[in-house]
Design a protein around this ligand. Structure first.
Ligand SMILES: NC(=O)C1=CN([C@@H]2O[C@H](COP(=O)(O)OP(=O)(O)OC[C@H]3O[C@@H](n4cnc5c(N)ncnc54)[C@H](O)[C@@H]3O)[C@@H](O)[C@H]2O)[C@@H](O)CC1
Ligand SMILES: Nc1ncnc2c1ncn2[C@@H]1O[C@H](COP(=O)(O)OP(=O)(O)O)[C@@H](O)[C@H]1O
Ligand SMILES: [K+]
Length: 503
């Protein structure tokens, strides 16, 4: 699925109207029908009374069409039109006309009229402003939005919560707090970033039949991963293969007191298909590590210089560096040593990124097509502080292009920025994964997939998607509160199986 800007969505509407062709008013009808159908399917039309707040643009036109279509459910519908003193858009006016003969109460919110109380039984439909928003909401409209927000009633926003900019930060301006947002045809970036979660609630994308040919000539702002994309990347494990065919990974992770991170990453690496794994283990931890994961070989390291311990890295297909590593001078020396001597794509996470942040010249030395997996704080340390999520997405893409690396900016909708300038939001995963250790598992998986022979961009897309899917599978069994990082590892196999058998 594509993620488009407000301008691109408007162009898609125009393209459909011209090329299908379809009259603009009929497209609005399709949009309203899709909303009402969704409400019917989800039993929202039962036992409710509706207050529909409408602006005078096409978003308000959607609201008026929805008011008419809701008539078949015999529920009381009140429409509140936010009066601007101007004529509404032609489709707004036509829908207002169509409503006049029906038993819908229409109120006009004038400059000085009191704002309506919203009784408990009311479901609010917000059709004040959509993609036509061209300035922050203020004045009377801001007062109406805060008025609606102060009630605990459920709010369904049409297309976008009113006041939300589709493709730039809305903070600190007023915006409707929707419970559900029914948006049309595709995601807009604003529905994918954490800073807007309170505004859009649960986002639902409804197909309103916009003409698919538009996408042949449109470069989407961003894209979204899904099962078919991940499945298309999967490679079979051939019958006559042997461990040497699936790559030897090296892992530099863990430090005294934080060896759990290394164990998690190591297990996840092998569960993702790597043929062989060697882990660099601090001498102090020589007893624990092999017991925790006998499948990994170990190289013990002490205070000697890294080159005295590991002079030849050429046998390794890739290296994963960072989980639980700590930022002591010894870790810095190892990172420096590996960055200097190993020139194939690697995975850098956690303390490897923190060490890079303290010496950004090291960034220049990262092998091209390496995968960096920062969470937002790690990213800001590396890049400099971003004042909002949109700035961070753009900065991640700039970093990917400038340094020719893949930046996996982790979160609920992990953002995968590619060196060529394309970027994906991931769609799998859930809040069960918001627990220490989940990121270590991702590092291990990405390292395993690179070792296994996947090209770096494919490894990033497949790894992030599978990691989320494994989290979902674990939470189906255990519930979202109780999933541990180890449970995500246990579900990597089932995630592969589920992906392989999906349509
Ligand atoms: N044919 C189409 O183009 C379709 C449009 N659709 C709906 O149309 C919407 C877009 O409609 P419009 O382009 O008319 O735009 P909107 O209805 O979102 O808003 C337009 C009006 O709001 C004013 N406005 C902008 N920012 C404001 C602010 N901060 N405070 C107060 N007023 C402000 C504008 O000056 C304009 O008069 C979509 O979000 C969607 O809901 C759907 O019906 C699908 C088909
Ligand atoms: N609410 C969520 N929804 C989906 N995925 C999540 C959520 N919270 C965390 N994750 C995933 O879990 C991982 C957490 O990584 P990170 O923040 O580095 O934590 P850790 O401390 O476990 O290393 C990331 O891959 C992230 O995408
Ligand atoms: K709206």
């Amino acid at each position: 699925m594509v993620v488009l800007s407000a301008e691109q969505v408007r162009a898609w509407d125009r393209f459909t109207i011209e090329k299908q062709p379809i009259a603009s008013i009929d497209l609005m009808e399709k949009a309203a029908m899709a909303c009402v159908q969704w409400m019917e399917t989800n039993r929202i039309v039962n036992q409710q009374q509706f207050y529909i707040f409408c602006g005078k643009g096409n978003n308000g036109g959607d609201g008026l069409a929805i008011a008419r279509l809701l008539q078949k459910f015999n529920r009381p519908v009140d429409v509140f039109i936010f009066e601007t003193g101007q004529l509404g858009s032609p489709d707004f006016q036509q829908n207002l006309h169509r409503l006049h003969t029906l038993p819908v109460t229409i109120h006009f919110i004038q400059e000085n009229s009191p704002l309506p109380d919203i009784p408990e039984s009311v479901l609010v439909i917000d059709a004040l402003l959509g993609t036509g928003l061209n300035r922050p909401v203020e004045g009377r409209m801001a007062a109406l939005i805060s008025h609606i927000n102060q009630y605990p009633n459920a709010v369904i926003s049409i297309d976008l919560p009113s006041g939300l900019f589709a493709d730039q930060s809305t903070l600190p301006h007023p915006c409707i707090h929707a419970s559900i947002t029914l948006s049309f045809q595709c995601f807009k970036p604003a529905l994918l970033v954490s800073e807007n979660a309170l505004f859009f609630g649960i986002p639902v994308i409804l197909d309103i039949g916009l003409d698919q040919r538009f996408l042949n000539s449109c470069t989407p702002l961003y894209e979204m991963t899904d099962g078919p994309l991940a499945k298309a990347i999967l490679q079979p494990r051939l019958a006559f293969s042997h461990k040497g065919k699936f790559g030897h990974a090296l892992l530099l992770a863990g430090s005294p007191g934080k060896m759990g991170a290394a164990v998690l990453a190591a297990k996840a690496c092998l569960r993702s298909g790597a043929g062989l794994l060697t882990t660099l283990v601090p001498e102090l931890e020589r007893m624990l590590f092999p017991t925790a994961i006998p499948e990994s070989m170990s190289i013990l390291y002490d205070n000697r210089k890294p080159e005295e311990i590991l002079s030849d890295t050429s046998i390794y297909k890739t290296i994963g560096i960072g989980p639980g590593l700590g930022q002591q001078p010894q870790s810095r020396d190892w990172l420096h040593h590996l960055l200097t001597h190993f020139r194939k794509p690697m995975v850098l996470d956690a303390d490897a990124l923190n060490l890079l942040a303290s010496d950004v010249r090291l960034l220049e030395g990262i092998p091209p097509f390496s995968i960096l997996t920062p969470h937002p704080k790690e990213f800001d340390r590396l890049n400099g502080t971003c004042s909002n999520d949109f700035e961070r997405l753009e900065a991640a893409l700039r970093m990917a292009i400038q340094h020719q690396v893949i930046v996996v900016l982790k979160g609920h909708r992990t953002f995968i920025a590619m060196p060529g300038g394309r970027a994906w939001f991931n769609t799998s995963g859930n809040a069960s994964m918001a627990k220490g250790g989940s990121g270590d598992v991702l590092t291990g998986m990405l390292t395993g997939l690179l070792a296994r022979g996947y090209a770096p961009e494919q490894a990033a897309l497949l790894g992030v998607y599978l990691h989320g899917l494994a989290g979902e599978i674990a939470s189906r069994k255990l519930g979202k509160e109780s999933v541990l990082a180890s449970d995500i590892i246990d579900s990597i196999g089932p995630a592969f199986l589920e992906l392989e058998s999906s349509n």
